[in-house]
Design a protein around this ligand. Sequence first.
Ligand code: PMP
Length: 406
Amino acid sequence: MGLFDKHLAYAQAYEAIRNAGADPFNVKFEQVLSPTEGIIDGRRTILLGSHNYLGLTFDRSVIEAASAALHDSGAGTTGSRIANGNFDGHRKLERELARFYGRKHAMVFTTGYQANLGMLSTLVGRGDHLILDADSHASIYDASRLGMAEVIRFRHNDPEDLYKRLKRLKDVPGERLIVVEGIYSMLGDVAPLKEMVAIKREMGAYLLVDEAHSMGVLGEKGRGLAEVVGVEEDVDFVVGTFSKSLAGIGGFCVSNLDGFEVMRVTCRPYMFTASLPPATVASTTAALHRMESDPGLRQRVMNNAQRLFDGLNAMGFVTGPTCNPIVAIALPDQPVAIGVWNALMQAGVYMNLALPPATPDARPLLRASVSAAHSDEQIDAVLAMFKQVGETFGLIDSDVKRAATA
Ligand code: PMP
């Protein structure tokens, strides 16, 4: 027996995927030309597979802020904030995030993954209850393993099931923390937050919303799903990431709850890792300002999402239930999904391929992440590629067949 023998089934499945064409899990950008275009395999390719929702990766103010911070404060912090010191930029970014969300406290983490890992493993402990949506992101599941709370899962986006499970805990001691996401990353669907807030209130639970995919995208101010639904006061903790709308890397949590600051000396994924480099802190702060000062970016990303979502549905593709910048296309089985992904790459569009068990309902998915920076022409070009590939694979009717049956 070798160490890697237990991974044999995965190794074989991965080998089969690679043999079918390009490697969807190791795509190499020879060049990134803009937020929406790159060179892959020598071909100019439309990038529709990164979460560059507001297209700010090449924004002039963002790049200039990063560049100035790099020159002023150096390449890295070379340590954690509790052991090796805070740079001024970290505190400033925390103040800006707290102001943006209208909360008293904000804590910045080195990734969004670590923000979930840290918050969920520290807020609830032994004797408490962590109540998770079944389709939660891996960082939420991993957090549940790091912490000591009892983990209870409820059916995806099902308030009734959530209610039932909380009710079973009625006379059980311990705190309850419910965790949901603003926009779910696989299907682009949103949590039924109003119903969940009512349940949280009735049951005396705390609520944490991971707005990783909804920050900058949903809400008049871009504060996410809780803003749209009008329940921000009932959300005790908002977690988010800098790696999507804010075009960098890092994560955060904001809250109004007194006592929050103790997390700085109790939250291990905050304490025992190096803090974000000055350039990233500065670029993130600049991106936050850019996001706030240009609501047109939100309008554009949603318009682009609608154009793609409507176009795909009109052709007969099966998308997720709600139109959001994550547009998921369900495919019948794995070989077709891999074939379609490869054909689209050949045609000149890069998207994400998500395979079971990482997907809900064990369905393979192609996922597009639309950006405000995509042009109408790029979205239309993608739709034309989908039409051709969809017909080739028999996923949609050709125009000829449609006309004949009309
Ligand atoms: N939460 C959710 C819902 C996510 O989808 C992701 C990443 N896709 C994360 C957290 C982790 O964020 P990051 O990639 O910034 O670590």
